[in-house]
Design a protein around this ligand. Sequence first.
Ligand code: UDP
Length: 478
Amino acid sequence: MAKTIHIAVISIPAFSHQASIIQFCKNLIHLHNHFHITCIFPTIDSPLPSTLTLLKSLPPNINYTFLPPINKQNLPQHLSPAVQIQLAVSQSMPSFHNTILSLSSSSTTPILALISDPFANESLEIAKRFNLLSYIYFPPSAMTLSLFIHLPKLHEEVSCEYRDHKEAIQIPGCIPIHGNDLPEHFQHRSSLAYDLILQRCKRLNLADGFLVNSFMKMEENTLEALEEQNREKHNGSVFFVGPIIQNGTNNESKGSDSDLECMKWLENQIPNSVLYVSFGSGGTLSQEQLNELAFGLELSGQNFLWVLRAPSDTSNEAYLGVKNNDDPLNFLPKGFIERTKGKGFVIVNWGPQTQILSHISVGGFLTHCGWNSVLESVVLGVPMIAWPLFAEQKLNAVLLCDGLKVAIRPKINENGLVEREEIVKVIKGVMLDGEENGIRERIGELRDGAVDALKDNGSSTRAILEFGNCLKRFGRNI
Ligand code: UDP
Protein backbone atom coordinates (compact mmCIF):
# COMPACT_ATOMS: atom_id res chain seq x y z
CA MET A 1 0.00 0.00 0.00
CA ALA A 2 1.27 3.51 -0.84
CA LYS A 3 2.81 5.44 2.02
CA THR A 4 0.63 8.30 3.31
CA ILE A 5 1.96 11.77 2.56
CA HIS A 6 0.92 14.34 5.14
CA ILE A 7 0.70 18.00 4.07
CA ALA A 8 -0.04 21.04 6.20
CA VAL A 9 -1.82 23.97 4.59
CA ILE A 10 -2.12 27.50 5.96
CA SER A 11 -4.56 30.14 4.70
CA ILE A 12 -5.56 33.65 5.85
CA PRO A 13 -8.81 34.90 7.41
CA ALA A 14 -10.48 35.89 4.12
CA PHE A 15 -13.27 33.80 2.63
CA SER A 16 -12.11 33.86 -0.99
CA HIS A 17 -8.58 32.68 -0.06
CA GLN A 18 -9.89 29.98 2.26
CA ALA A 19 -12.48 28.76 -0.25
CA SER A 20 -9.87 28.58 -3.01
CA ILE A 21 -7.28 26.65 -1.02
CA ILE A 22 -9.91 24.26 0.37
CA GLN A 23 -11.07 23.47 -3.15
CA PHE A 24 -7.45 22.97 -4.25
CA CYS A 25 -6.96 20.50 -1.38
CA LYS A 26 -10.06 18.59 -2.52
CA ASN A 27 -8.74 18.43 -6.08
CA LEU A 28 -5.34 17.23 -4.84
CA ILE A 29 -6.90 14.51 -2.68
CA HIS A 30 -9.13 13.46 -5.55
CA LEU A 31 -6.04 12.64 -7.62
CA HIS A 32 -3.83 11.42 -4.77
CA ASN A 33 -6.25 9.71 -2.46
CA HIS A 34 -3.69 8.39 0.00
CA PHE A 35 -2.50 11.94 0.86
CA HIS A 36 -3.58 13.42 4.16
CA ILE A 37 -4.02 17.20 4.54
CA THR A 38 -4.34 19.33 7.66
CA CYS A 39 -5.68 22.83 6.94
CA ILE A 40 -4.67 25.47 9.47
CA PHE A 41 -6.64 28.70 9.70
CA PRO A 42 -5.47 31.82 11.53
CA THR A 43 -8.61 33.52 12.83
CA ILE A 44 -9.79 37.01 13.70
CA ASP A 45 -12.39 36.88 16.50
CA SER A 46 -14.08 33.70 15.20
CA PRO A 47 -14.11 31.43 12.11
CA LEU A 48 -15.89 32.81 9.07
CA PRO A 49 -19.42 31.31 8.84
CA SER A 50 -19.16 30.84 5.06
CA THR A 51 -15.92 28.86 5.51
CA LEU A 52 -17.49 26.71 8.24
CA THR A 53 -20.13 25.76 5.70
CA LEU A 54 -17.47 24.71 3.18
CA LEU A 55 -15.66 22.65 5.81
CA LYS A 56 -18.77 20.52 6.34
CA SER A 57 -18.19 18.84 3.00
CA LEU A 58 -14.56 17.75 3.39
CA PRO A 59 -13.46 14.22 2.51
CA PRO A 60 -12.17 12.19 5.50
CA ASN A 61 -8.48 12.67 4.66
CA ILE A 62 -8.68 16.45 4.95
CA ASN A 63 -9.00 17.79 8.47
CA TYR A 64 -8.66 21.30 9.84
CA THR A 65 -7.81 23.35 12.85
CA PHE A 66 -8.46 26.99 13.74
CA LEU A 67 -5.61 28.78 15.48
CA PRO A 68 -6.52 30.67 18.69
CA PRO A 69 -8.33 33.82 17.47
CA ILE A 70 -6.66 37.20 17.34
CA ASN A 71 -8.89 39.81 18.89
CA LYS A 72 -9.91 42.38 16.28
CA GLN A 73 -9.88 45.12 18.92
CA ASN A 74 -6.14 44.54 19.36
CA LEU A 75 -5.39 45.26 15.69
CA PRO A 76 -4.62 48.87 14.67
CA GLN A 77 -8.07 50.17 13.72
CA HIS A 78 -6.83 52.92 11.39
CA LEU A 79 -5.25 50.43 8.97
CA SER A 80 -7.06 48.84 6.03
CA PRO A 81 -8.72 45.41 6.50
CA ALA A 82 -6.12 43.86 4.18
CA VAL A 83 -3.27 45.08 6.41
CA GLN A 84 -5.13 44.08 9.57
CA ILE A 85 -5.55 40.57 8.18
CA GLN A 86 -1.80 40.35 7.49
CA LEU A 87 -0.96 41.57 11.00
CA ALA A 88 -3.35 39.03 12.51
CA VAL A 89 -1.66 36.28 10.50
CA SER A 90 1.77 37.41 11.74
CA GLN A 91 0.49 37.40 15.33
CA SER A 92 -0.72 33.84 14.80
CA MET A 93 2.71 32.51 13.91
CA PRO A 94 3.62 31.31 17.44
CA SER A 95 0.45 29.17 17.52
CA PHE A 96 1.14 28.02 13.98
CA HIS A 97 4.62 26.96 15.09
CA ASN A 98 3.12 24.96 17.97
CA THR A 99 0.65 23.28 15.64
CA ILE A 100 3.42 22.25 13.24
CA LEU A 101 5.48 21.02 16.18
CA SER A 102 2.70 18.76 17.34
CA LEU A 103 1.92 17.52 13.81
CA SER A 104 5.61 16.86 13.12
CA SER A 105 6.07 14.80 16.23
CA SER A 106 3.08 12.65 15.41
CA SER A 107 4.59 9.18 15.04
CA THR A 108 2.04 7.92 12.51
CA THR A 109 2.26 10.44 9.68
CA PRO A 110 4.69 13.35 10.23
CA ILE A 111 4.32 16.24 7.80
CA LEU A 112 6.36 16.29 4.62
CA ALA A 113 5.36 19.65 3.14
CA LEU A 114 3.69 22.96 3.86
CA ILE A 115 1.46 24.76 1.39
CA SER A 116 1.01 28.42 2.31
CA ASP A 117 -1.12 31.31 1.21
CA PRO A 118 1.16 34.12 -0.10
CA PHE A 119 -0.13 36.40 2.66
CA ALA A 120 0.86 33.88 5.33
CA ASN A 121 4.35 33.30 4.02
CA GLU A 122 6.11 33.91 7.35
CA SER A 123 5.11 30.28 7.71
CA LEU A 124 7.79 29.34 5.15
CA GLU A 125 10.47 30.28 7.69
CA ILE A 126 8.86 27.90 10.17
CA ALA A 127 8.66 25.22 7.48
CA LYS A 128 12.43 25.55 6.94
CA ARG A 129 13.05 25.05 10.67
CA PHE A 130 11.15 21.76 10.45
CA ASN A 131 12.83 20.74 7.18
CA LEU A 132 9.54 20.72 5.35
CA LEU A 133 9.17 21.24 1.64
CA SER A 134 7.33 24.48 1.15
CA TYR A 135 5.01 25.67 -1.59
CA ILE A 136 2.91 28.74 -2.12
CA TYR A 137 -0.68 28.18 -3.22
CA PHE A 138 -1.40 31.41 -5.07
CA PRO A 139 -5.17 32.12 -5.25
CA PRO A 140 -4.89 35.16 -7.60
CA SER A 141 -3.58 35.37 -11.17
CA ALA A 142 -0.18 34.36 -12.52
CA MET A 143 0.24 38.02 -13.49
CA THR A 144 -0.02 38.96 -9.82
CA LEU A 145 2.51 36.28 -8.87
CA SER A 146 4.89 37.50 -11.55
CA LEU A 147 4.53 41.04 -10.19
CA PHE A 148 5.14 39.85 -6.62
CA ILE A 149 8.29 37.96 -7.61
CA HIS A 150 9.45 40.96 -9.64
CA LEU A 151 8.69 43.59 -6.97
CA PRO A 152 12.07 43.60 -5.14
CA LYS A 153 13.74 44.42 -8.50
CA LEU A 154 11.10 46.98 -9.45
CA HIS A 155 11.54 48.60 -6.03
CA GLU A 156 15.23 49.14 -6.79
CA GLU A 157 14.65 50.33 -10.36
CA VAL A 158 11.86 52.85 -9.74
CA SER A 159 12.35 55.57 -7.16
CA CYS A 160 9.11 57.56 -7.48
CA GLU A 161 5.58 56.45 -6.67
CA TYR A 162 4.67 53.86 -9.32
CA ARG A 163 1.64 55.88 -10.46
CA ASP A 164 3.96 58.80 -11.30
CA HIS A 165 6.32 56.62 -13.32
CA LYS A 166 6.23 57.83 -16.92
CA GLU A 167 6.66 54.53 -18.68
CA ALA A 168 4.39 51.55 -18.34
CA ILE A 169 5.55 48.94 -15.83
CA GLN A 170 6.74 45.74 -17.47
CA ILE A 171 5.91 42.69 -15.39
CA PRO A 172 7.72 39.61 -16.79
CA GLY A 173 5.48 37.69 -19.20
CA CYS A 174 2.61 40.20 -18.96
CA ILE A 175 1.21 43.10 -20.92
CA PRO A 176 2.59 46.49 -19.83
CA ILE A 177 0.62 48.17 -17.09
CA HIS A 178 0.26 51.73 -15.82
CA GLY A 179 1.57 52.23 -12.27
CA ASN A 180 -1.88 53.37 -11.24
CA ASP A 181 -3.23 49.89 -11.96
CA LEU A 182 -0.77 48.16 -9.62
CA PRO A 183 -2.37 46.71 -6.45
CA GLU A 184 -3.52 49.15 -3.79
CA HIS A 185 -0.69 48.12 -1.43
CA PHE A 186 1.83 49.39 -3.95
CA GLN A 187 0.44 52.89 -4.17
CA HIS A 188 2.15 54.58 -1.20
CA ARG A 189 5.75 53.52 -0.94
CA SER A 190 6.22 54.99 2.52
CA SER A 191 3.25 53.09 3.96
CA LEU A 192 3.24 50.06 6.24
CA ALA A 193 1.11 48.26 3.63
CA TYR A 194 3.87 48.62 1.02
CA ASP A 195 6.55 47.63 3.48
CA LEU A 196 4.62 44.47 4.38
CA ILE A 197 4.08 43.50 0.77
CA LEU A 198 7.73 44.09 -0.10
CA GLN A 199 8.81 41.81 2.75
CA ARG A 200 6.30 39.19 1.63
CA CYS A 201 7.52 39.37 -1.94
CA LYS A 202 11.13 38.92 -0.84
CA ARG A 203 10.10 35.91 1.24
CA LEU A 204 8.69 34.15 -1.82
CA ASN A 205 12.29 33.13 -2.43
CA LEU A 206 11.97 30.60 0.36
CA ALA A 207 9.35 28.58 -1.49
CA ASP A 208 10.29 25.38 -3.28
CA GLY A 209 7.61 26.11 -5.86
CA PHE A 210 4.28 27.69 -6.70
CA LEU A 211 0.80 26.35 -7.30
CA VAL A 212 -1.07 28.99 -9.28
CA ASN A 213 -4.82 29.27 -9.70
CA SER A 214 -4.66 29.87 -13.44
CA PHE A 215 -4.48 27.86 -16.64
CA MET A 216 -2.43 27.77 -19.82
CA LYS A 217 -4.86 29.33 -22.27
CA MET A 218 -5.41 32.28 -19.96
CA GLU A 219 -1.83 33.14 -18.98
CA GLU A 220 0.58 30.99 -20.96
CA ASN A 221 3.22 33.72 -21.52
CA THR A 222 3.24 34.49 -17.84
CA LEU A 223 3.75 30.84 -16.98
CA GLU A 224 6.78 30.74 -19.26
CA ALA A 225 8.19 33.87 -17.61
CA LEU A 226 7.55 32.43 -14.15
CA GLU A 227 9.30 29.21 -15.06
CA GLU A 228 12.20 31.25 -16.37
CA GLN A 229 12.34 33.40 -13.20
CA ASN A 230 12.23 30.32 -11.01
CA ARG A 231 14.38 27.92 -12.98
CA GLU A 232 17.50 28.39 -10.87
CA LYS A 233 15.85 28.75 -7.50
CA HIS A 234 12.98 26.37 -7.74
CA ASN A 235 13.94 23.98 -10.46
CA GLY A 236 11.11 25.45 -12.49
CA SER A 237 8.43 24.12 -10.22
CA VAL A 238 5.53 26.36 -11.11
CA PHE A 239 2.28 24.44 -11.40
CA PHE A 240 -0.75 25.96 -13.12
CA VAL A 241 -3.53 24.13 -11.28
CA GLY A 242 -6.59 26.25 -12.06
CA PRO A 243 -9.20 27.29 -12.64
CA ILE A 244 -10.10 26.30 -9.09
CA ILE A 245 -13.60 27.53 -8.38
CA GLN A 246 -16.51 26.74 -6.10
CA ASN A 247 -18.83 24.11 -7.47
CA GLY A 248 -21.91 26.16 -6.66
CA THR A 249 -23.64 23.77 -4.33
CA ASN A 250 -22.03 24.43 -0.99
CA ASN A 251 -22.09 28.12 -0.28
CA GLU A 252 -23.41 29.77 2.82
CA SER A 253 -26.88 30.55 1.61
CA LYS A 254 -27.56 27.33 -0.25
CA GLY A 255 -31.26 26.85 -0.56
CA SER A 256 -32.24 30.01 1.34
CA ASP A 257 -35.57 31.56 0.39
CA SER A 258 -33.92 34.51 -1.35
CA ASP A 259 -31.66 32.14 -3.35
CA LEU A 260 -34.62 30.13 -4.51
CA GLU A 261 -36.54 33.27 -5.35
CA CYS A 262 -33.71 34.73 -7.40
CA MET A 263 -33.15 31.46 -9.29
CA LYS A 264 -36.89 31.32 -9.97
CA TRP A 265 -36.79 34.88 -11.28
CA LEU A 266 -33.92 33.93 -13.62
CA GLU A 267 -36.00 31.02 -14.93
CA ASN A 268 -38.51 33.51 -16.29
CA GLN A 269 -36.00 35.62 -18.22
CA ILE A 270 -34.89 35.09 -21.78
CA PRO A 271 -31.40 33.62 -22.51
CA ASN A 272 -28.45 36.01 -22.18
CA SER A 273 -30.71 38.91 -21.18
CA VAL A 274 -29.63 39.44 -17.55
CA LEU A 275 -26.64 41.39 -16.28
CA TYR A 276 -25.42 39.97 -12.95
CA VAL A 277 -23.93 42.66 -10.65
CA SER A 278 -21.77 41.75 -7.66
CA PHE A 279 -18.68 43.05 -5.88
CA GLY A 280 -17.38 39.87 -4.27
CA SER A 281 -17.61 38.62 -0.72
CA GLY A 282 -17.23 42.06 0.85
CA GLY A 283 -16.81 44.84 -1.72
CA THR A 284 -18.88 47.99 -1.23
CA LEU A 285 -19.54 51.27 -3.06
CA SER A 286 -19.93 54.78 -1.70
CA GLN A 287 -23.49 56.10 -1.48
CA GLU A 288 -22.82 58.42 -4.43
CA GLN A 289 -21.48 55.57 -6.57
CA LEU A 290 -24.32 53.29 -5.55
CA ASN A 291 -26.79 55.95 -6.79
CA GLU A 292 -24.97 56.23 -10.13
CA LEU A 293 -24.98 52.47 -10.56
CA ALA A 294 -28.69 52.27 -9.77
CA PHE A 295 -29.54 55.02 -12.25
CA GLY A 296 -27.20 53.50 -14.84
CA LEU A 297 -28.92 50.11 -14.55
CA GLU A 298 -32.31 51.73 -14.80
CA LEU A 299 -31.41 53.91 -17.79
CA SER A 300 -29.84 50.99 -19.65
CA GLY A 301 -33.20 49.23 -19.79
CA GLN A 302 -31.30 45.95 -19.40
CA ASN A 303 -32.51 43.16 -17.12
CA PHE A 304 -30.29 42.87 -14.06
CA LEU A 305 -29.72 40.80 -10.93
CA TRP A 306 -27.88 42.84 -8.31
CA VAL A 307 -26.32 41.58 -5.07
CA LEU A 308 -26.73 44.76 -3.08
CA ARG A 309 -24.70 45.72 -0.01
CA ALA A 310 -25.13 48.84 2.14
CA PRO A 311 -22.72 51.59 1.05
CA SER A 312 -19.45 52.41 2.74
CA ASP A 313 -16.67 54.90 2.07
CA THR A 314 -14.10 52.10 2.46
CA SER A 315 -14.60 49.68 -0.40
CA ASN A 316 -13.31 46.60 1.46
CA GLU A 317 -14.63 47.31 4.95
CA ALA A 318 -17.11 44.42 4.96
CA TYR A 319 -14.24 41.87 4.81
CA LEU A 320 -13.60 42.20 8.53
CA GLY A 321 -17.22 41.77 9.35
CA VAL A 322 -17.92 45.50 9.77
CA LYS A 323 -21.42 45.19 8.48
CA ASN A 324 -23.79 48.01 8.21
CA ASN A 325 -26.88 46.59 9.88
CA ASP A 326 -29.21 48.89 7.98
CA ASP A 327 -31.28 47.30 5.27
CA PRO A 328 -29.29 47.85 2.02
CA LEU A 329 -32.56 48.50 0.20
CA ASN A 330 -32.88 51.76 2.17
CA PHE A 331 -29.86 53.15 0.30
CA LEU A 332 -31.31 52.80 -3.19
CA PRO A 333 -32.65 55.89 -4.96
CA LYS A 334 -36.27 56.57 -4.08
CA GLY A 335 -38.68 54.50 -6.15
CA PHE A 336 -35.92 52.41 -7.79
CA ILE A 337 -37.41 49.02 -6.87
CA GLU A 338 -40.86 50.00 -8.13
CA ARG A 339 -39.57 51.53 -11.37
CA THR A 340 -37.41 48.51 -12.21
CA LYS A 341 -40.00 45.90 -11.22
CA GLY A 342 -39.97 43.04 -13.72
CA LYS A 343 -36.66 44.24 -15.21
CA GLY A 344 -34.47 43.90 -12.17
CA PHE A 345 -34.06 41.66 -9.14
CA VAL A 346 -32.17 42.85 -6.05
CA ILE A 347 -30.79 40.28 -3.62
CA VAL A 348 -29.33 41.52 -0.36
CA ASN A 349 -25.67 40.94 0.73
CA TRP A 350 -25.10 37.47 -0.74
CA GLY A 351 -26.24 35.46 -3.72
CA PRO A 352 -25.54 31.93 -5.03
CA GLN A 353 -22.95 33.29 -7.48
CA THR A 354 -21.85 30.22 -9.40
CA GLN A 355 -25.45 29.06 -9.77
CA ILE A 356 -26.40 32.49 -11.07
CA LEU A 357 -23.49 32.65 -13.51
CA SER A 358 -24.27 29.20 -14.85
CA HIS A 359 -27.90 30.13 -15.59
CA ILE A 360 -28.71 30.50 -19.28
CA SER A 361 -30.50 33.83 -18.69
CA VAL A 362 -27.28 35.50 -17.53
CA GLY A 363 -25.45 37.23 -20.37
CA GLY A 364 -22.98 39.48 -18.56
CA PHE A 365 -21.30 40.03 -15.20
CA LEU A 366 -20.48 43.41 -13.72
CA THR A 367 -17.70 42.35 -11.35
CA HIS A 368 -15.14 43.89 -9.01
CA CYS A 369 -12.63 41.53 -10.67
CA GLY A 370 -11.77 39.45 -7.61
CA TRP A 371 -9.88 36.51 -9.12
CA ASN A 372 -12.43 33.91 -8.02
CA SER A 373 -15.26 35.86 -9.63
CA VAL A 374 -13.16 36.27 -12.78
CA LEU A 375 -12.45 32.54 -13.02
CA GLU A 376 -16.07 31.64 -12.31
CA SER A 377 -17.17 33.95 -15.11
CA VAL A 378 -14.56 32.49 -17.47
CA VAL A 379 -15.45 28.87 -16.70
CA LEU A 380 -19.11 29.67 -17.24
CA GLY A 381 -18.42 31.69 -20.40
CA VAL A 382 -19.90 35.01 -19.22
CA PRO A 383 -18.33 38.24 -20.57
CA MET A 384 -17.61 40.92 -17.99
CA ILE A 385 -17.76 44.58 -17.12
CA ALA A 386 -14.57 45.12 -15.13
CA TRP A 387 -15.15 47.40 -12.13
CA PRO A 388 -12.10 46.91 -9.90
CA LEU A 389 -12.22 48.24 -6.34
CA PHE A 390 -9.14 47.25 -4.31
CA ALA A 391 -6.36 44.65 -3.78
CA GLU A 392 -4.99 43.41 -7.14
CA GLN A 393 -8.32 43.86 -8.94
CA LYS A 394 -7.08 46.61 -11.30
CA LEU A 395 -4.34 44.26 -12.47
CA ASN A 396 -6.99 41.64 -13.22
CA ALA A 397 -9.04 44.27 -15.06
CA VAL A 398 -6.08 45.09 -17.31
CA LEU A 399 -5.55 41.41 -18.08
CA LEU A 400 -9.26 40.94 -18.90
CA CYS A 401 -9.76 44.13 -20.91
CA ASP A 402 -6.44 44.85 -22.63
CA GLY A 403 -4.93 41.37 -22.70
CA LEU A 404 -7.70 38.83 -23.19
CA LYS A 405 -10.36 41.30 -24.36
CA VAL A 406 -13.18 39.48 -22.59
CA ALA A 407 -14.29 42.47 -20.52
CA ILE A 408 -14.99 46.18 -20.87
CA ARG A 409 -13.87 48.69 -18.25
CA PRO A 410 -15.88 51.84 -17.56
CA LYS A 411 -14.10 55.18 -17.38
CA ILE A 412 -13.85 56.96 -14.04
CA ASN A 413 -14.37 60.73 -13.90
CA GLU A 414 -12.02 63.20 -12.17
CA ASN A 415 -13.90 62.69 -8.88
CA GLY A 416 -13.34 58.96 -8.94
CA LEU A 417 -16.94 58.19 -9.97
CA VAL A 418 -18.28 56.01 -12.76
CA GLU A 419 -21.17 58.09 -14.06
CA ARG A 420 -24.54 56.66 -15.09
CA GLU A 421 -24.07 57.43 -18.81
CA GLU A 422 -20.77 55.53 -18.78
CA ILE A 423 -22.50 52.61 -17.06
CA VAL A 424 -25.16 52.54 -19.77
CA LYS A 425 -22.38 52.54 -22.39
CA VAL A 426 -20.48 49.56 -20.97
CA ILE A 427 -23.68 47.60 -20.35
CA LYS A 428 -24.55 48.05 -24.01
CA GLY A 429 -21.00 47.04 -25.02
CA VAL A 430 -21.30 43.71 -23.25
CA MET A 431 -25.01 42.88 -23.39
CA LEU A 432 -26.04 44.17 -26.81
CA ASP A 433 -22.86 44.55 -28.88
CA GLY A 434 -21.04 41.51 -27.49
CA GLU A 435 -21.44 39.48 -30.69
CA GLU A 436 -20.33 42.31 -32.93
CA ASN A 437 -17.27 43.35 -30.91
CA GLY A 438 -16.13 39.74 -30.52
CA ILE A 439 -16.25 39.67 -26.72
CA ARG A 440 -18.67 36.70 -26.65
CA GLU A 441 -16.59 34.66 -29.04
CA ARG A 442 -13.40 35.33 -27.07
CA ILE A 443 -14.95 34.41 -23.71
CA GLY A 444 -16.28 31.21 -25.34
CA GLU A 445 -12.77 30.30 -26.48
CA LEU A 446 -11.37 31.00 -23.03
CA ARG A 447 -14.11 28.89 -21.44
CA ASP A 448 -13.17 26.01 -23.75
CA GLY A 449 -9.54 26.43 -22.66
CA ALA A 450 -10.61 26.24 -19.01
CA VAL A 451 -12.74 23.15 -19.61
CA ASP A 452 -9.86 21.46 -21.47
CA ALA A 453 -7.38 22.28 -18.67
CA LEU A 454 -9.62 20.46 -16.19
CA LYS A 455 -10.22 17.32 -18.26
CA ASP A 456 -8.61 14.05 -17.11
CA ASN A 457 -5.61 14.63 -19.33
CA GLY A 458 -5.83 18.44 -19.27
CA SER A 459 -2.88 20.66 -18.38
CA SER A 460 -4.10 21.61 -14.89
CA THR A 461 -5.04 18.05 -13.95
CA ARG A 462 -1.61 16.88 -15.09
CA ALA A 463 0.00 19.70 -13.07
CA ILE A 464 -1.78 18.60 -9.87
CA LEU A 465 -0.80 14.98 -10.55
CA GLU A 466 2.80 16.01 -11.16
CA PHE A 467 2.89 18.10 -7.99
CA GLY A 468 1.70 15.10 -5.99
CA ASN A 469 4.26 12.87 -7.70
CA CYS A 470 7.03 15.33 -6.74
CA LEU A 471 5.96 15.05 -3.11
CA LYS A 472 5.93 11.27 -3.36
CA ARG A 473 9.46 11.24 -4.75
CA PHE A 474 10.66 13.40 -1.84
CA GLY A 475 8.62 11.28 0.56
CA ARG A 476 10.42 8.14 -0.57
CA ASN A 477 13.81 9.73 0.05
CA ILE A 478 13.30 10.65 3.68
N1 UDP B 1 -19.55 34.99 -3.66
C1 UDP B 1 -20.80 34.39 -3.63
N2 UDP B 1 -21.89 35.18 -3.48
C2 UDP B 1 -21.82 36.53 -3.35
C3 UDP B 1 -20.54 37.13 -3.40
C4 UDP B 1 -19.43 36.33 -3.56
O1 UDP B 1 -20.91 33.15 -3.73
O2 UDP B 1 -22.85 37.17 -3.23
C5 UDP B 1 -18.37 34.13 -3.84
C6 UDP B 1 -17.93 34.16 -5.28
O3 UDP B 1 -18.58 33.14 -6.02
C7 UDP B 1 -16.44 33.95 -5.17
C8 UDP B 1 -16.08 34.59 -3.84
O4 UDP B 1 -17.29 34.68 -3.11
O5 UDP B 1 -16.12 32.58 -5.13
C9 UDP B 1 -15.51 35.99 -4.01
O6 UDP B 1 -14.17 35.87 -4.36
P1 UDP B 1 -13.43 36.95 -5.24
O7 UDP B 1 -12.02 36.52 -5.36
O8 UDP B 1 -14.17 37.18 -6.48
O9 UDP B 1 -13.55 38.29 -4.43
P2 UDP B 1 -13.21 38.72 -2.94
O10 UDP B 1 -14.32 38.25 -2.09
O11 UDP B 1 -11.88 38.12 -2.57
O12 UDP B 1 -13.15 40.21 -3.02
